[in-house]
Structure formats: C-alpha cells, structure tokens
Design a protein around this ligand. Structure first.
Ligand SMILES: [Zn+2]
Length: 57
C-alpha cells in the first residue's frame, strides 16, 4: 500500500500529489516540494502538519 499526500490538504492551492512507499519518503519528497515550489522552510511544525494528512492509498 502506498502513502499519498495531496499538497492541497496542507493549505496551498496546489495540485501536486506526492506518492511513495513509506511515510518517511513522502515527507522527504514533500519537503523538497515545499521548498522548491512554495519557498517554504521545512520546520517541525510543517512536517507534523504534513504527516497528519498523509493517507494510505
Ligand atoms: Zn504544492
């Protein structure tokens, strides 16, 4: 079962979807996406917010 994160669920109006085998991998890819696309600093708070909206697919 894959883990999936929809960027929109974290807040930004963004159609990006991150899909990976593990939660850690989703968090890693989402962190890179947040930095490169949204110019966000990846804080512990951001990681927690993202972790809450990761879903099983
Ligand atoms: Zn995004």
């Amino acid at each position: 079962m894959a883990k999936v994160l929809r960027c929109r669920d974290v807040g930004p109006d963004c159609d990006a979807v991150v899909r990976a085998e593990t939660e850690d991998e989703v968090l890693k890819q989402a962190g890179e996406h947040a930095q490169s696309v949204h110019g966000l600093e990846v804080t512990a708070e951001l990681v927690e917010a993202v972790r809450k909206v990761i879903k099983d697919e």
